[in-house]
Design a binder for this molecule. Structure first.
Ligand code: SF4
Ligand code: FES
Length: 356
């Protein structure tokens, strides 16, 4: 068994934004008892001992944690590479300076669109100008900046303008990530899934964009692929997630799967990583059903995404229906066919806060 490389520390599911594409769980009220500062410091230390090198501080909105500077300091002092994944709402110059002094290595800021009106509509609050101001602060303080854009039916037509926007704020990297349909995004799938023609046009724009200063990472949407992606690099292979209440998972969406719970309140990360039922449920290839079990690609994509298989079929142990070889593939082709009919479905925003 390999040691984990990355820890996704979901510090809180509270968030000032209300993005309909959010992949946070819909049962937000179950996560209001958040780990304390000392709990997180212990988690970081145990993760480092396990071999983790990168720590992604995420949410929700991690800036809503009043102890964020202390958490960065705790992770950084262990030698972890720290990445703040944020909407940047609340990232004032003063906070940014304190995070810099605490050792924060990298900042990733999300943007909903390149135009203020669209961005603010999708985010649910006026936030575009605050994000741009925060991006400038990040660059002034000398951090590498990644701009993250979740692409979907309502913004993908402006992918060229989004790339220009990222270049204009001095981003080092732009991540164009097509929506993953978990949590709130699953509830909004029919309103978010782009059409085939939208996708083809966007891919052409991305292909022809070139900049010597901006790295572009474009992730093809699952539903239009022939094969699934090797989600998380394989179940419990290189990544682990700790949720705001201390649950330990192989990926953030796995909270929806009917698997026994493992918590940092009752066991060490090392024992959870090695021995817990949740980590071992789909590790390796022994669990695989047909057609994965005898497929040449089983060591390449690991049968796809367990959470997507569960979401679509109700059984996490089935072949990811995104795969064209899956007996359930029609579940994906039907959704794609619906997305290619021009029906406008309204977005359901996620609530701003995780208060039950
Ligand atoms: Fe991957 Fe399974 Fe499809 Fe083969 S059958 S390509 S292993 S998902
Ligand atoms: Fe959970 Fe893919 S998101 S396995």
């Amino acid at each position: 068994m390999a040691e984990p490389f990355g820890l996704l520390a979901e510090l809180t599911y509270r968030c000032p934004l209300a993005c309909a594409y959010c992949s946070n769980p819909v049962n937000l009220g179950d996560y209001t008892e958040e780990l304390s500062t000392s709990d997180w410091a212990r988690v970081f230390s145990e993760a480092r001992d396990l071999g983790v090198l990168q720590c992604h501080l995420s949410g929700g909105e991690p800036l809503l944690r009043r102890d964020l500077v202390a958490l960065v300091s705790a992770a950084s002092s262990l030698g972890l590479y720290t990445n703040l994944v944020t909407s940047a709402v609340g990232l004032s110059r003063g906070t940014a300076s304190r995070l810099r002094d605490a050792g924060l290595d990298h900042v990733q800021i999300s943007i909903q669109a390149d135009q203020p009106l669209i961005s603010d509509r999708l985010a649910g609050i006026p936030s575009f100008h605050r994000k741009v101001a925060a991006m400038r602060v990040v660059k002034e303080l000398g951090w590498p900046l990644t701009v993250n854009v979740v692409l979907h039916r309502q913004n993908i037509d402006r992918v060229g303008e989004l790339l220009e926007f990222a270049a204009s704020v001095g981003a080092d990297r732009v991540e164009l990530a097509n929506t993953q349909y978990y949590g709130w995004a699953w509830q909004n799938r029919d309103a978010l899934l782009p059409s085939r023609s939208q996708l083809a046009a966007a891919e052409e724009v991305v292909r022809s964009f070139s900049s010597s200063d901006l790295d572009v990472l474009y992730v093809v949407p699952d539903y239009y692929g022939k094969y699934p992606k090797p989600c998380m690099g394989g179940w419990a292979a290189r990544q682990l997630t700790v949720t705001p209440n201390g649950d330990v998972l192989p990926c953030p969406a796995a909270q929806s799967l009917p698997l026994p719970r493992a918590s940092v309140h009752s066991a060490s990360l090392a024992s959870i990583w090695a021995d817990s039922p949740v980590m071992n449920a789909f590790r390796g290839t022994d669990w695989m059903p047909s057609p994965c079990a005898s497929c040449d690609r089983r060591g390449v994509d690991f049968g796809g995404c367990r959470c997507q298989a569960f979401q679509l079929t109700g059984d996490a142990a089935r072949t990811d229906p995104v795969c064209h070889l899956s007996p359930d593939h029609a579940l994906v082709t039907d959704a794609v066919a619906a997305a290619n009919e021009s029906v406008d479905v309204p977005l359901i925003p996620r609530p701003h806060r995780a208060r039950a």
